[in-house]
Structures are given as C-alpha cells and as structure tokens.
Write a protein that binds this ligand. Structure first.
Ligand code: GLU
Length: 420
C-alpha cells in the first residue's frame, strides 16, 4: 500500500465505489450490504524456520469476497505493507474484475506480510509452503484458486501446487494458476496482464484522440504488468516509452527508450534507476509527466485529488489494482482524460488464468496463438461493453465497468436466492 497516500484505507475506497454504482442503478439496501461485505476471511499466523536457524512468525490472509458467479479467484501478494483491509479491497476488485470480463468466477485475494526482497529462496519456499498448508482447507479448483500478484511468481505457484497436491496424495494442477508451463501452466499467462492492458489501450485510443504509434507512454512500476505492457506497446504498436519507474525511482528520456534494454538494466542492477542516457525523476513526478498514455502499474492510492489535476496524459490505463482514488476519478473525468479502470485494464491476467484452469481441468492444452486470440476477443468485447455503458449513461469508464460488473453479480445473487 506504499504510495503517495498510503494512509488511505483501500477497503473504504472499494466500498465507496460500490455505493456510487448502487446509487446509480438504484440497488436496495440489503443487496448493497451483500456487495460491501466479504463472504469469508481467514487469517493465519505461522512460524517459518529462517536460514540462520531462528523461527519467525508470519501473518497471512485469504479473503473470499463473493462466489455467486463461480469459484473465487485472485492472486497472493507478498509485501511488508499488506493489511487485512487491503486484501479485502483486492478481493472485492477481483469479484468485479471477473464479472466485467464475464468469466465464471467470484473474487478472492491473499496476502502475507513479509519483505520478500530480504528473504532467501529457501526462506520464501518454506514460508510459501507453510502458508499454503495453513490455507489448504480453504482453497481448491472448485472453491478458490490463487495466482501470482505483487512479488509472487510462477515458482511461488509451483510450491503451492506441490504442497496442496502432497496433502491430497495426487497432483492437482487446477488449484493455482500462473504455474510454470511444465506443471500445467498456460502459454501466454506470464505476459497476459500487460498484453490485455495493451489491447484495451489500443481500443480506447480509437475514441480518445490518441495515436499509439509514436505516442508517448509513461509507466509507473516495472514489474510483470508494467514491463510487459511497455514491451508490447513498443514492439507491436510502435509507441515511444518516455518514462519508467520502479520502487527505487524513475527515469525519463524525451526521445524514448527501448523497454527491453531497461529491463536488462534492471535485471543487472536491481532497478531502472541509472539507465544510461535517461534523466532521473521521482515516482510522484512520473504521474505528472507529459505523455499521451500513463500506465500506473505499481500499488494503490497513487492518483489522488491532490495530483489528479496535474496529470497530462490523455489515457490512464490502470495495470495496477486500485491506483486511483474516487475523488481523483471526478477530476480526471472533468479533464476529459480516458481512464481505463483496473478491473478492465488489468483483467487480462485473470482471463488467461481462467484459460489455464479450464485447460488443467480438461488436461488439454492450447497454443500461444489460441490463448492470445481468445484473450484479445475477451478484452475487445469487454472494452466495447464498458465504452457503450459509459456513452449511454454519461459516466466515466470506472462507473460504467462497475455498472456492468455489479449488475452481473447482483443477477447471480438474485437468481440463486438467499439461503435458506
Ligand atoms: N493478481 C492478478 C490480478 O490482480 C491475477 C489474479 C488471477 O489470475 O487470479 O488480477
């Protein structure tokens, strides 16, 4: 949750976003309450043996927000600033995200409070396996399917899949997605979040008066989502990447940079900072950089009422979850900036997670081309649906995406009825 406004509680933001749309579609109080409460939450405290022989107790959460539309789905985050309320917000956003792209899932999220950058691979493995074991009664291919998120990756998923499978006594590849391909992962899953984001940017540019070819792009956060989005915009759509940042700082070059070269520099030095030929800028400045397209791809609470007025981009594509506060949405809308909200812009990841789960269950695997074509269809269809609602109702894209998502979840809740 580190950011310019890290004291803001993301779950308050998530509930506010529900209220805005509930008012708009005239949702009654009882259903509104259902949407503002996580269904189930599990907190686990567990010891891990560190490399120096000492034990350390870690705290982790798994929140299952809503499963009206199908099994819960969502990543696991490793970060020192994880809180239960952050995980609740992320689980709510997963619920709406799966509904916007219309894949048959509810939403969940997990998080462990830890500092993975200062842990050895062995410590990370032991922590991951113990956390997986602690939440194992709570997850499963039909109940809740974790995936990677901030500072977790395909190796983390391999450990979770193995731990769960050892407990069952047989291999259960469908318990997690984002696995290595050799363990039942899907082609294209690794780059799906960034690729999906690049597809919706391409679609939105047609309505936003932006040319992606030779258009300028600033990317805040150069992890999986941000770096892949930059690479694809550069390689496939001819965009000029002028600014990039990571948790240590940012770089700017008016003539543009080759994002693959920046990636190589980061792999070597641990940061984008110091990339030859670029000037240093801060993580706050990158948001206000002069660029056609801004991609917040880091953490929550970055675009606030304070800095929204200074944003110069024509398109803001949220590869991160929750980077924009509701008060900032209004400012961006008044400035006629096209916001591609997180639950649409970064939904490519969970979409290919769905493909992976479907492949695992059938034991029948697809080619990269098949995956990417299906992903493109889902992203284009979802963008079109959001854009249509935004135009018809004269609301910004986030509200439009929430209208679609919440209506789908409410339909499922109503059709199923309230038990008993
Ligand atoms: N962590 C990703 C997200 O926030 C992916 C979740 C998934 O694939 O289940 O959308």
């Amino acid at each position: 949750m580190a950011g310019t406004e890290s004291q803001i509680n993301p779950f308050e933001t998530a509930k506010q976003q529900v209220d805005i749309v509930a008012d708009l579609i005239g949702l009654d109080g009882g259903l509104r309450d259902v949407l503002k409460h996580p269904k189930r939450e599990l907190t686990v405290n567990f010891p891990v043996r560190m490399d120096d022989g000492t034990y350390r107790v870690y705290t982790g959460h798994r929140v299952q927000y809503n499963m009206a539309r199908g099994p819960c789905k969502g990543g696991i985050r490793y970060h020192p600033q994880v809180t239960l309320d952050e995980v609740r917000a992320l689980a709510a956003w997963m619920t709406w995200k799966c509904a916007v792209v219309n894949i048959p899932y509810g939403g969940a999220k997990g998080g462990v409070i830890c500092d993975p950058k200062h842990m050895s691979k062995g410590e990370l493995e032991r922590m991951t396996r113990r956390y997986a074991s602690e939440i194992s009664a709570f997850i499963g291919p039909e109940m809740d399917i974790p995936a990677p998120d901030v500072y977790t990756d395909s190796q983390t998923m391999a450990w979770i899949m193995d731990t769960y499978s050892m407990q069952k006594g047989y291999s259960v590849p469908g318990v997690v997605t984002g696995k290595p391909i050799s363990l039942g992962g899907s082609e294209g899953r690794g780059e799906a979040t960034g690729r999906g984001c690049a597809y919706v940017i391409r679609e939105a540019s047609k309505h936003a008066g932006v040319h992606v070819k030779n258009g300028t792009v600033a990317v805040q956060g150069f992890g999986n989502a941000g770096s892949v989005a930059a690479n694809i915009l550069y390689d496939e759509q001819g965009a000029k990447i002028v600014a990039i940042s990571d948790s240590k700082g940012g770089i700017y070059r008016a003539d543009g940079m080759n994002p693959h070269a920046v990636e190589a520099h980061k792999a070597k030095t641990g940061s984008v900072v110091g990339f030859p030929g670029a000037k240093a800028i801060s993580n706050e400045e990158i948001l206000e950089t002069k660029a056609d397209i801004l991609i917040p791809a880091a953490l929550e609470n970055q675009i606030t009422a304070k800095n929204a007025g200074k944003i110069q981009a024509k398109i803001v594509a949220e590869a991160a979850n929750g980077p924009t506060l509701p008060a900032a949405d209004t400012v961006l809308y008044e400035k006629k900036i096209t916001v591609l909200p997180d639950i649409l812009a970064n939904a490519g990841g969970v979409t290919v997670s769905y493909f992976e789960w479907a492949q695992d269950i059938q034991g029948f695997y697809w080619t990269l081309d098949e995956v990417n074509q299906r992903l493109e269809r889902v992203m284009v269809r979802s963008y079109d649906a959001v854009h249509k609602v935004a135009t018809e109702r004269h609301v910004h894209n986030r509200t439009a995406a929430y209208v679609l998502a919440i209506q789908r979840v409410v339909d499922a809740v109503k059709l199923r009825g309230i038990y008993p």
